[in-house]
Design a protein around this ligand. Structure first.
Ligand SMILES: [Zn+2]
Length: 531
Protein backbone atom coordinates (compact mmCIF):
# COMPACT_ATOMS: atom_id res chain seq x y z
CA UNK A 1 0.00 0.00 0.00
CA UNK A 2 1.57 3.27 -1.15
CA UNK A 3 -0.02 6.51 0.01
CA UNK A 4 0.84 9.91 -1.42
CA UNK A 5 0.47 12.83 1.01
CA UNK A 6 0.36 16.04 -0.99
CA UNK A 7 -0.58 19.71 -1.02
CA UNK A 8 1.19 20.60 2.23
CA UNK A 9 4.34 22.41 3.33
CA UNK A 10 6.67 19.61 4.41
CA UNK A 11 9.48 20.72 6.74
CA UNK A 12 12.52 18.56 7.42
CA UNK A 13 15.67 19.94 9.05
CA UNK A 14 18.23 21.20 6.53
CA UNK A 15 15.88 20.93 3.51
CA UNK A 16 13.86 23.46 1.52
CA UNK A 17 10.12 23.11 2.13
CA UNK A 18 8.71 20.46 -0.26
CA UNK A 19 5.18 19.52 -1.17
CA UNK A 20 4.70 15.75 -1.02
CA UNK A 21 5.80 12.51 0.60
CA UNK A 22 5.13 8.95 -0.47
CA UNK A 23 4.59 6.42 2.33
CA UNK A 24 4.72 2.65 1.93
CA UNK A 25 3.68 0.69 5.03
CA UNK A 26 5.62 2.21 7.95
CA UNK A 27 8.26 4.06 5.90
CA UNK A 28 8.64 7.18 3.81
CA UNK A 29 9.87 6.01 0.41
CA UNK A 30 10.11 9.28 -1.52
CA UNK A 31 9.69 13.05 -1.08
CA UNK A 32 8.99 16.09 -3.27
CA UNK A 33 8.96 15.71 -7.08
CA UNK A 34 9.98 12.04 -6.93
CA UNK A 35 7.04 11.27 -4.65
CA UNK A 36 4.60 13.20 -6.86
CA UNK A 37 5.61 11.26 -9.96
CA UNK A 38 5.72 7.79 -8.41
CA UNK A 39 2.79 5.39 -8.59
CA UNK A 40 0.53 5.17 -5.54
CA UNK A 41 -2.64 3.45 -4.37
CA UNK A 42 -4.12 6.35 -2.48
CA UNK A 43 -3.66 10.12 -2.41
CA UNK A 44 -4.38 12.35 0.58
CA UNK A 45 -4.84 16.11 0.13
CA UNK A 46 -3.57 17.92 3.25
CA UNK A 47 -5.05 21.30 2.23
CA UNK A 48 -1.91 23.38 2.61
CA UNK A 49 -1.10 22.23 6.18
CA UNK A 50 2.39 22.35 7.72
CA UNK A 51 3.91 18.88 8.12
CA UNK A 52 6.99 18.05 10.16
CA UNK A 53 8.68 14.94 11.60
CA UNK A 54 7.31 13.76 14.96
CA UNK A 55 9.17 15.16 17.95
CA UNK A 56 11.84 13.19 19.84
CA UNK A 57 12.58 13.79 23.52
CA UNK A 58 16.26 13.52 24.43
CA UNK A 59 15.98 13.77 28.21
CA UNK A 60 12.98 12.87 30.36
CA UNK A 61 11.66 10.56 33.06
CA UNK A 62 8.54 8.93 31.59
CA UNK A 63 8.08 6.34 34.35
CA UNK A 64 8.27 9.03 37.05
CA UNK A 65 5.78 11.09 35.03
CA UNK A 66 3.47 8.12 34.62
CA UNK A 67 3.64 7.34 38.35
CA UNK A 68 2.91 10.96 39.20
CA UNK A 69 -0.05 11.02 36.81
CA UNK A 70 -1.73 8.36 38.96
CA UNK A 71 -2.16 10.96 41.74
CA UNK A 72 -3.73 14.43 41.97
CA UNK A 73 -2.68 16.75 39.14
CA UNK A 74 -1.33 19.96 40.60
CA UNK A 75 1.04 21.13 37.86
CA UNK A 76 0.82 24.83 37.12
CA UNK A 77 -1.56 25.66 40.00
CA UNK A 78 -0.42 29.01 41.36
CA UNK A 79 -2.03 29.20 44.80
CA UNK A 80 -1.94 26.86 47.80
CA UNK A 81 -5.74 26.92 47.83
CA UNK A 82 -5.98 25.54 44.28
CA UNK A 83 -3.55 22.75 45.17
CA UNK A 84 -5.53 21.85 48.31
CA UNK A 85 -8.76 21.75 46.28
CA UNK A 86 -7.19 19.35 43.78
CA UNK A 87 -5.80 17.10 46.52
CA UNK A 88 -9.11 17.10 48.44
CA UNK A 89 -11.07 16.26 45.29
CA UNK A 90 -8.67 13.42 44.44
CA UNK A 91 -8.97 12.01 47.97
CA UNK A 92 -12.76 12.01 47.74
CA UNK A 93 -12.76 10.32 44.35
CA UNK A 94 -10.16 7.73 45.42
CA UNK A 95 -11.19 6.62 48.91
CA UNK A 96 -9.21 3.37 48.66
CA UNK A 97 -5.85 4.85 47.63
CA UNK A 98 -3.78 4.27 50.78
CA UNK A 99 -1.13 6.90 50.05
CA UNK A 100 -1.91 9.99 48.00
CA UNK A 101 1.21 10.80 46.02
CA UNK A 102 1.20 13.51 43.38
CA UNK A 103 3.01 16.37 41.74
CA UNK A 104 4.33 18.69 40.87
CA UNK A 105 3.82 21.95 42.74
CA UNK A 106 5.67 25.21 42.05
CA UNK A 107 7.66 25.88 45.25
CA UNK A 108 8.13 29.56 44.35
CA UNK A 109 4.42 30.35 44.95
CA UNK A 110 5.18 30.88 48.65
CA UNK A 111 8.10 32.79 50.14
CA UNK A 112 10.95 30.48 51.08
CA UNK A 113 9.15 27.41 49.76
CA UNK A 114 8.48 25.81 53.17
CA UNK A 115 5.00 24.37 52.76
CA UNK A 116 3.03 23.45 55.90
CA UNK A 117 1.72 19.96 56.71
CA UNK A 118 -1.31 21.53 58.44
CA UNK A 119 -2.51 22.99 55.14
CA UNK A 120 -2.74 19.49 53.69
CA UNK A 121 -4.32 18.19 56.92
CA UNK A 122 -7.25 20.53 56.27
CA UNK A 123 -8.17 18.46 53.19
CA UNK A 124 -6.76 14.98 54.00
CA UNK A 125 -5.98 13.84 57.53
CA UNK A 126 -6.89 10.13 57.46
CA UNK A 127 -4.15 9.05 55.00
CA UNK A 128 -0.63 10.17 54.18
CA UNK A 129 -0.21 12.75 51.40
CA UNK A 130 3.10 13.33 49.62
CA UNK A 131 3.42 16.01 46.94
CA UNK A 132 6.56 16.45 44.84
CA UNK A 133 7.80 19.94 43.99
CA UNK A 134 8.66 20.70 40.37
CA UNK A 135 12.39 20.42 41.12
CA UNK A 136 11.78 16.81 42.25
CA UNK A 137 14.29 17.39 45.03
CA UNK A 138 11.61 18.46 47.52
CA UNK A 139 8.42 16.98 48.98
CA UNK A 140 5.55 18.50 50.94
CA UNK A 141 3.67 16.06 53.21
CA UNK A 142 0.75 16.05 55.65
CA UNK A 143 0.91 15.22 59.37
CA UNK A 144 -0.17 11.61 58.78
CA UNK A 145 2.92 11.04 56.61
CA UNK A 146 5.21 12.59 59.25
CA UNK A 147 3.53 10.44 61.91
CA UNK A 148 3.92 7.16 59.96
CA UNK A 149 7.57 7.98 59.28
CA UNK A 150 8.10 8.86 62.94
CA UNK A 151 9.57 12.27 62.17
CA UNK A 152 9.52 14.58 65.19
CA UNK A 153 11.47 17.47 66.68
CA UNK A 154 14.02 14.86 67.78
CA UNK A 155 14.72 13.60 64.23
CA UNK A 156 18.11 14.76 62.94
CA UNK A 157 18.52 16.04 59.39
CA UNK A 158 19.98 13.13 57.35
CA UNK A 159 23.30 13.64 55.57
CA UNK A 160 22.77 15.62 52.38
CA UNK A 161 19.14 16.41 53.21
CA UNK A 162 17.06 18.76 55.34
CA UNK A 163 13.75 18.84 57.20
CA UNK A 164 12.08 22.27 57.36
CA UNK A 165 11.22 23.12 61.01
CA UNK A 166 8.76 25.21 62.97
CA UNK A 167 10.05 27.57 65.70
CA UNK A 168 9.78 24.71 68.22
CA UNK A 169 11.89 22.41 65.94
CA UNK A 170 8.86 20.25 65.04
CA UNK A 171 8.85 19.27 61.34
CA UNK A 172 6.94 21.77 59.23
CA UNK A 173 6.05 19.44 56.35
CA UNK A 174 8.71 20.15 53.69
CA UNK A 175 11.69 17.83 53.19
CA UNK A 176 14.59 18.40 50.80
CA UNK A 177 16.93 16.15 48.83
CA UNK A 178 16.65 12.36 48.37
CA UNK A 179 18.05 11.39 51.80
CA UNK A 180 15.36 13.38 53.62
CA UNK A 181 12.62 12.44 51.14
CA UNK A 182 13.47 8.77 51.75
CA UNK A 183 12.57 9.15 55.44
CA UNK A 184 8.97 9.40 54.24
CA UNK A 185 8.97 7.55 50.91
CA UNK A 186 10.52 4.40 52.39
CA UNK A 187 7.13 3.83 54.05
CA UNK A 188 5.07 4.39 50.90
CA UNK A 189 3.78 1.42 48.87
CA UNK A 190 6.53 0.21 46.54
CA UNK A 191 6.20 0.51 42.79
CA UNK A 192 5.78 -2.91 41.21
CA UNK A 193 6.56 -3.96 37.67
CA UNK A 194 2.80 -4.13 37.02
CA UNK A 195 2.22 -0.60 38.37
CA UNK A 196 5.19 0.68 36.37
CA UNK A 197 3.79 -0.88 33.18
CA UNK A 198 0.67 1.20 33.86
CA UNK A 199 2.89 4.24 34.35
CA UNK A 200 4.59 3.53 31.00
CA UNK A 201 1.18 3.27 29.29
CA UNK A 202 0.10 6.62 30.71
CA UNK A 203 3.40 8.23 29.70
CA UNK A 204 3.21 6.85 26.14
CA UNK A 205 -0.36 8.11 25.77
CA UNK A 206 0.67 11.62 26.88
CA UNK A 207 3.66 11.60 24.55
CA UNK A 208 1.58 10.52 21.55
CA UNK A 209 -0.95 13.29 22.18
CA UNK A 210 1.95 15.76 22.20
CA UNK A 211 3.34 14.40 18.91
CA UNK A 212 6.38 12.66 20.45
CA UNK A 213 7.07 9.17 19.04
CA UNK A 214 10.46 8.42 20.63
CA UNK A 215 11.83 9.46 24.00
CA UNK A 216 14.68 8.96 26.42
CA UNK A 217 14.20 7.69 29.97
CA UNK A 218 17.25 9.10 31.69
CA UNK A 219 16.96 7.48 35.10
CA UNK A 220 16.44 3.75 34.83
CA UNK A 221 17.03 1.24 37.60
CA UNK A 222 16.74 -2.53 37.28
CA UNK A 223 13.04 -2.91 38.12
CA UNK A 224 12.14 -0.04 35.82
CA UNK A 225 14.02 -1.79 33.01
CA UNK A 226 12.01 -4.93 33.78
CA UNK A 227 8.83 -2.86 33.46
CA UNK A 228 9.98 -1.58 30.05
CA UNK A 229 10.69 -5.16 28.99
CA UNK A 230 7.24 -6.27 30.12
CA UNK A 231 5.61 -3.29 28.38
CA UNK A 232 7.54 -3.97 25.17
CA UNK A 233 6.43 -7.61 25.19
CA UNK A 234 2.78 -6.87 25.96
CA UNK A 235 2.50 -4.09 23.37
CA UNK A 236 1.94 -1.42 26.04
CA UNK A 237 5.09 0.44 25.03
CA UNK A 238 3.62 2.41 22.15
CA UNK A 239 6.54 4.73 21.39
CA UNK A 240 10.25 4.02 20.86
CA UNK A 241 12.44 4.49 23.91
CA UNK A 242 16.11 4.96 24.74
CA UNK A 243 17.00 3.98 28.29
CA UNK A 244 19.79 5.39 30.40
CA UNK A 245 20.76 3.27 33.40
CA UNK A 246 21.62 5.18 36.59
CA UNK A 247 25.21 4.80 37.86
CA UNK A 248 26.02 6.06 41.35
CA UNK A 249 29.39 6.57 43.04
CA UNK A 250 30.56 3.52 45.01
CA UNK A 251 27.87 1.16 43.63
CA UNK A 252 28.41 1.57 39.86
CA UNK A 253 31.02 -1.17 39.49
CA UNK A 254 28.59 -3.80 40.81
CA UNK A 255 26.07 -2.80 38.15
CA UNK A 256 28.16 -3.20 35.01
CA UNK A 257 27.22 -6.85 34.40
CA UNK A 258 23.59 -6.18 35.27
CA UNK A 259 23.31 -3.36 32.73
CA UNK A 260 25.02 -5.44 30.04
CA UNK A 261 22.60 -8.32 30.68
CA UNK A 262 19.59 -6.00 30.57
CA UNK A 263 20.83 -4.46 27.31
CA UNK A 264 21.00 -7.96 25.82
CA UNK A 265 17.41 -8.66 26.85
CA UNK A 266 16.23 -5.57 24.96
CA UNK A 267 18.35 -6.47 21.93
CA UNK A 268 16.67 -9.85 21.73
CA UNK A 269 13.12 -8.43 21.57
CA UNK A 270 11.31 -9.08 18.24
CA UNK A 271 11.82 -5.40 17.34
CA UNK A 272 15.35 -4.57 18.51
CA UNK A 273 14.83 -0.89 17.64
CA UNK A 274 11.85 -0.41 19.93
CA UNK A 275 14.04 0.05 23.01
CA UNK A 276 17.73 0.93 22.93
CA UNK A 277 19.19 0.34 26.40
CA UNK A 278 22.56 1.71 25.56
CA UNK A 279 23.24 4.66 27.78
CA UNK A 280 24.42 5.33 31.34
CA UNK A 281 23.25 8.27 33.42
CA UNK A 282 25.60 10.06 35.81
CA UNK A 283 24.59 12.88 38.15
CA UNK A 284 27.54 15.26 38.47
CA UNK A 285 25.78 17.83 40.67
CA UNK A 286 22.40 18.98 42.00
CA UNK A 287 20.32 22.05 41.09
CA UNK A 288 20.86 25.83 41.22
CA UNK A 289 17.50 26.39 42.91
CA UNK A 290 18.62 24.21 45.84
CA UNK A 291 22.16 25.62 45.98
CA UNK A 292 23.53 22.17 45.11
CA UNK A 293 24.74 22.79 41.53
CA UNK A 294 28.57 22.82 41.48
CA UNK A 295 29.97 26.29 40.74
CA UNK A 296 33.44 27.69 40.06
CA UNK A 297 32.70 30.70 42.30
CA UNK A 298 30.73 30.55 45.58
CA UNK A 299 27.00 31.12 45.94
CA UNK A 300 26.17 34.71 46.89
CA UNK A 301 23.83 33.69 49.70
CA UNK A 302 26.39 31.26 51.12
CA UNK A 303 29.97 32.42 50.42
CA UNK A 304 31.34 29.19 51.93
CA UNK A 305 29.56 27.01 49.38
CA UNK A 306 30.28 26.24 45.74
CA UNK A 307 27.60 23.53 45.73
CA UNK A 308 28.10 19.78 45.59
CA UNK A 309 30.11 17.57 43.27
CA UNK A 310 28.55 14.13 43.55
CA UNK A 311 31.55 12.26 42.07
CA UNK A 312 35.22 12.73 42.74
CA UNK A 313 37.21 13.20 39.55
CA UNK A 314 39.02 9.86 39.59
CA UNK A 315 35.98 7.75 40.27
CA UNK A 316 33.97 9.53 37.58
CA UNK A 317 36.73 8.86 35.05
CA UNK A 318 36.94 5.20 36.12
CA UNK A 319 33.18 4.74 35.76
CA UNK A 320 32.96 6.55 32.41
CA UNK A 321 35.89 4.55 31.04
CA UNK A 322 34.48 1.18 32.06
CA UNK A 323 31.01 1.84 30.62
CA UNK A 324 32.49 3.43 27.48
CA UNK A 325 34.69 0.37 27.03
CA UNK A 326 31.46 -1.69 26.99
CA UNK A 327 30.06 0.63 24.28
CA UNK A 328 27.58 2.45 26.48
CA UNK A 329 26.90 6.10 25.65
CA UNK A 330 27.44 8.40 28.66
CA UNK A 331 24.71 10.87 29.68
CA UNK A 332 25.89 13.26 32.40
CA UNK A 333 23.67 15.64 34.38
CA UNK A 334 25.74 18.81 34.94
CA UNK A 335 24.13 22.16 35.77
CA UNK A 336 26.81 24.37 37.35
CA UNK A 337 29.94 25.49 35.48
CA UNK A 338 32.22 23.40 37.75
CA UNK A 339 30.14 20.28 37.08
CA UNK A 340 30.16 20.93 33.32
CA UNK A 341 33.95 21.33 33.46
CA UNK A 342 34.30 18.11 35.47
CA UNK A 343 32.14 16.25 32.95
CA UNK A 344 34.12 17.59 29.95
CA UNK A 345 37.43 16.78 31.65
CA UNK A 346 36.29 13.24 32.40
CA UNK A 347 35.00 12.70 28.85
CA UNK A 348 38.26 14.04 27.40
CA UNK A 349 40.38 11.78 29.62
CA UNK A 350 38.14 8.79 28.84
CA UNK A 351 38.61 9.40 25.11
CA UNK A 352 42.39 9.34 25.58
CA UNK A 353 42.29 6.06 27.48
CA UNK A 354 39.79 4.10 25.37
CA UNK A 355 39.87 3.24 21.65
CA UNK A 356 37.94 5.53 19.37
CA UNK A 357 34.31 4.77 18.48
CA UNK A 358 31.10 6.62 17.57
CA UNK A 359 30.33 7.43 21.23
CA UNK A 360 28.18 10.64 21.14
CA UNK A 361 28.59 11.64 24.81
CA UNK A 362 25.82 13.81 26.28
CA UNK A 363 25.95 16.50 28.94
CA UNK A 364 22.44 17.43 29.99
CA UNK A 365 21.22 20.81 31.29
CA UNK A 366 24.58 22.71 30.90
CA UNK A 367 22.98 25.77 32.47
CA UNK A 368 26.29 27.54 33.20
CA UNK A 369 29.44 26.97 31.13
CA UNK A 370 32.87 28.57 31.63
CA UNK A 371 33.92 30.62 28.60
CA UNK A 372 36.90 28.39 27.88
CA UNK A 373 34.72 25.26 27.97
CA UNK A 374 32.24 26.38 25.30
CA UNK A 375 34.47 25.25 22.42
CA UNK A 376 35.10 21.86 24.03
CA UNK A 377 31.58 20.61 23.18
CA UNK A 378 32.49 20.72 19.49
CA UNK A 379 36.06 19.55 20.03
CA UNK A 380 34.98 16.49 22.00
CA UNK A 381 31.79 15.85 20.01
CA UNK A 382 29.66 16.26 23.15
CA UNK A 383 25.92 16.78 22.62
CA UNK A 384 24.57 19.58 24.84
CA UNK A 385 21.09 18.44 25.82
CA UNK A 386 19.14 21.54 26.87
CA UNK A 387 15.58 21.99 28.14
CA UNK A 388 13.94 24.61 25.88
CA UNK A 389 11.12 25.31 28.31
CA UNK A 390 13.66 26.50 30.90
CA UNK A 391 15.21 29.25 28.74
CA UNK A 392 13.36 32.22 30.20
CA UNK A 393 13.29 34.11 33.49
CA UNK A 394 10.71 31.84 35.12
CA UNK A 395 9.61 32.09 38.78
CA UNK A 396 12.28 29.58 39.85
CA UNK A 397 15.03 31.64 38.18
CA UNK A 398 13.70 34.90 39.56
CA UNK A 399 12.90 33.86 43.14
CA UNK A 400 15.30 31.02 43.91
CA UNK A 401 18.27 31.18 41.53
CA UNK A 402 18.90 34.88 40.93
CA UNK A 403 19.47 35.67 44.63
CA UNK A 404 21.97 32.82 44.79
CA UNK A 405 23.90 33.71 41.60
CA UNK A 406 23.56 37.48 41.23
CA UNK A 407 22.35 39.13 38.02
CA UNK A 408 25.51 38.70 35.94
CA UNK A 409 25.86 34.97 36.45
CA UNK A 410 22.12 34.37 36.33
CA UNK A 411 21.93 36.03 32.91
CA UNK A 412 24.64 33.70 31.58
CA UNK A 413 22.39 30.65 31.80
CA UNK A 414 21.48 28.72 28.64
CA UNK A 415 23.99 30.16 26.18
CA UNK A 416 22.48 28.45 23.16
CA UNK A 417 23.60 31.01 20.57
CA UNK A 418 27.20 30.93 21.75
CA UNK A 419 27.17 27.12 21.74
CA UNK A 420 25.78 27.03 18.19
CA UNK A 421 28.34 29.58 16.99
CA UNK A 422 31.12 27.47 18.51
CA UNK A 423 29.95 24.50 16.44
CA UNK A 424 28.37 22.52 19.26
CA UNK A 425 25.48 20.17 18.61
CA UNK A 426 22.41 20.96 20.74
CA UNK A 427 19.56 18.50 21.27
CA UNK A 428 16.40 19.19 23.25
CA UNK A 429 14.78 17.29 26.11
CA UNK A 430 11.73 18.10 28.22
CA UNK A 431 12.94 16.69 31.57
CA UNK A 432 9.29 15.69 32.05
CA UNK A 433 7.80 15.56 34.72
CA UNK A 434 10.06 18.37 35.95
CA UNK A 435 8.54 20.39 33.10
CA UNK A 436 5.93 19.67 30.43
CA UNK A 437 6.44 16.95 27.82
CA UNK A 438 4.65 19.05 25.17
CA UNK A 439 7.16 20.32 22.57
CA UNK A 440 4.76 22.86 21.06
CA UNK A 441 4.72 24.59 24.43
CA UNK A 442 8.50 24.83 24.55
CA UNK A 443 9.58 25.62 20.96
CA UNK A 444 9.23 29.41 21.17
CA UNK A 445 10.93 29.82 24.54
CA UNK A 446 14.57 29.73 23.37
CA UNK A 447 13.52 31.81 20.33
CA UNK A 448 12.13 34.83 22.18
CA UNK A 449 13.44 33.88 25.66
CA UNK A 450 9.95 34.45 27.10
CA UNK A 451 7.35 32.22 28.74
CA UNK A 452 5.24 30.26 26.23
CA UNK A 453 2.69 32.59 24.63
CA UNK A 454 4.15 35.72 26.25
CA UNK A 455 4.57 38.87 24.13
CA UNK A 456 4.65 41.69 26.61
CA UNK A 457 8.27 42.12 27.65
CA UNK A 458 11.73 41.95 26.13
CA UNK A 459 13.14 38.45 26.37
CA UNK A 460 15.78 37.34 28.85
CA UNK A 461 19.40 37.59 27.58
CA UNK A 462 18.13 37.94 24.02
CA UNK A 463 21.66 37.74 22.57
CA UNK A 464 21.36 33.99 23.23
CA UNK A 465 18.12 33.63 21.22
CA UNK A 466 17.91 31.01 18.46
CA UNK A 467 15.65 30.75 15.41
CA UNK A 468 12.45 28.70 15.16
CA UNK A 469 14.14 26.63 12.47
CA UNK A 470 16.93 25.78 14.93
CA UNK A 471 14.43 25.07 17.70
CA UNK A 472 12.57 22.59 15.46
CA UNK A 473 15.86 20.99 14.39
CA UNK A 474 16.98 20.53 18.00
CA UNK A 475 13.69 18.79 18.86
CA UNK A 476 13.83 16.43 15.84
CA UNK A 477 17.01 15.75 13.84
CA UNK A 478 19.51 16.46 16.62
CA UNK A 479 17.72 14.30 19.18
CA UNK A 480 17.70 11.47 16.63
CA UNK A 481 21.48 11.81 16.42
CA UNK A 482 21.83 11.76 20.20
CA UNK A 483 19.56 8.67 20.37
CA UNK A 484 21.51 6.81 17.63
CA UNK A 485 18.29 6.91 15.60
CA UNK A 486 19.47 9.33 12.91
CA UNK A 487 19.01 6.77 10.12
CA UNK A 488 15.49 6.05 11.25
CA UNK A 489 13.85 9.16 12.74
CA UNK A 490 13.95 12.94 13.00
CA UNK A 491 13.65 13.72 9.26
CA UNK A 492 11.09 13.37 6.49
CA UNK A 493 13.25 11.51 4.01
CA UNK A 494 13.29 8.26 2.03
CA UNK A 495 13.98 5.30 4.31
CA UNK A 496 12.77 7.06 7.48
CA UNK A 497 9.84 6.06 9.70
CA UNK A 498 6.58 7.62 8.55
CA UNK A 499 6.16 9.45 11.88
CA UNK A 500 4.88 12.95 11.17
CA UNK A 501 2.62 15.71 12.43
CA UNK A 502 0.08 17.70 10.44
CA UNK A 503 -0.25 21.18 11.94
CA UNK A 504 -2.81 23.87 11.21
CA UNK A 505 -0.16 26.61 10.80
CA UNK A 506 3.39 26.98 9.48
CA UNK A 507 5.48 27.36 12.64
CA UNK A 508 8.17 29.23 10.71
CA UNK A 509 5.78 31.91 9.46
CA UNK A 510 3.76 32.81 12.55
CA UNK A 511 4.94 34.88 15.52
CA UNK A 512 6.84 32.62 17.96
CA UNK A 513 4.43 33.61 20.74
CA UNK A 514 1.61 31.89 18.80
CA UNK A 515 3.36 28.52 18.46
CA UNK A 516 2.15 27.19 21.82
CA UNK A 517 -1.47 27.59 20.68
CA UNK A 518 -1.10 25.78 17.34
CA UNK A 519 -3.17 22.61 17.09
CA UNK A 520 -1.86 19.28 15.87
CA UNK A 521 -4.56 18.22 13.39
CA UNK A 522 -3.24 14.75 12.66
CA UNK A 523 -0.48 12.49 13.92
CA UNK A 524 0.95 9.61 11.88
CA UNK A 525 3.05 6.95 13.56
CA UNK A 526 4.67 4.29 11.35
CA UNK A 527 2.34 5.42 8.58
CA UNK A 528 -0.80 4.89 10.70
CA UNK A 529 -3.00 7.79 11.71
CA UNK A 530 -3.21 7.89 15.53
CA UNK A 531 -4.96 11.27 15.88
ZN1 LIG B 1 16.30 14.88 34.33
Amino acid sequence: MRTLFRNAQFWSAGEEIFDAILVENDLIVATGEIALHASHDKSIDLNGAFVMPAFLDGHAHPIFAGREAAGPKINGLDTVELILNAVGKFAQENPDTPWIIGGAYEAAIIDGGNFDSHWLDSVVSDRPVVLHAVDHHTIWVNSKALEIAGITEHTQDPIGGSIARRIDAKPKGTLREPSAMALILDFAPVDTIASDVEAIKRACASYLRAGVTAATDSWVEKDMAKAYLAAAKSGDLSIAMNLSFLANPSSWSEKVDEFIALRQEFESLPDPDLVKANSIKFLADGALSAGTAALMEPYLDDPNSTGIKIWDDDELLDALSVFDMHKFQVHIHAIGDAAVKQALDAIQAMMRINPNWDRRPVIVHTQLICDDDLIRFRQLGVVANIQPLWCYLDPMNKELILPRLGVTRNDLQYRLRTLIDSGARIAFGSDWPVTSEIPLLALSVPVNRLAPGSTNSPGWSLEQAITMNESLTFYTKNVAYQMFRNNERGLLAAGYKADFLVLEKNLLEIDPSEVSTVTIKEIYQSGVKTL
